[in-house]
Design a protein around this ligand. Structure first.
Ligand code: DQA
Length: 155
């Protein structure tokens, strides 16, 4: 894809508390700091970002529906909804937009209920465990995918 790319960055429940929420799992960056790191990186790639965080599943579905026409892809940390929300899965599938699933923590090194995602099989890929950098890696993967320079099998 040539020209400007617009990506929707979605954060699910409790991620508004980043910075003071279980820093041993999630690191010490606030969500605002992560957004500013992403914005800085995106600017270098001529990518614009639109951010949304909510603790409410219905609001998230509404936001995805309202923004689908104005974005090419999603960067998604659905937080706890990752493990439970068929509504979110259906909204992402219904958008027809590719997405990368990210997690700050290594969900596979944690409780077994975090090992299951109802989103992953729809995602281009999943990045977990790199704290705030998970988002930056996810953004890079999405841009490479959209611009057609990803590894074979991920485009
Ligand atoms: C999380 C992992 C989820 O299991 C958890 O519910 C979160 C955050 C992460 O970024 O590591 O809220 O998505």
């Amino acid at each position: 894809m040539r020209g400007p790319i617009r990506i929707g960055v979605l954060n699910g429940p409790n991620l508004n508390l980043l910075g003071r929420r279980e820093p041993h799992h999630y690191g010490t960056h606030t969500l605002a700091e992560i957004e500013s790191l992403l914005r800085e990186r995106a600017g270098l790639d001529d990518v614009s970002l639109v951010f949304f965080q909510s603790n409410d599943e219905g609001e998230i579905v509404d936001w995805l529906q309202a923004n689908t026409d104005s974005v090419q892809a999603w960067l998604v940390n659905a937080a706890a909804l990752t493990h439970t929300s068929v509504a979110l899965r259906d909204a992402l599938a219904g958008s027809g937009r590719p997405f990368v699933e990210v997690h700050l923590s290594n969900v596979f090194a944690r409780e077994s209920f975090r090992h299951t995602s109802v989103l992953s099989d729809l995602a281009i890929g999943v990045i977990a465990g790199f704290r705030a950098s998970s988002y930056l890696f996810g953004l890079e993967a999405l841009v490479r995918h959209l611009r057609g320079s990803g590894e074979a099998g991920t485009e």
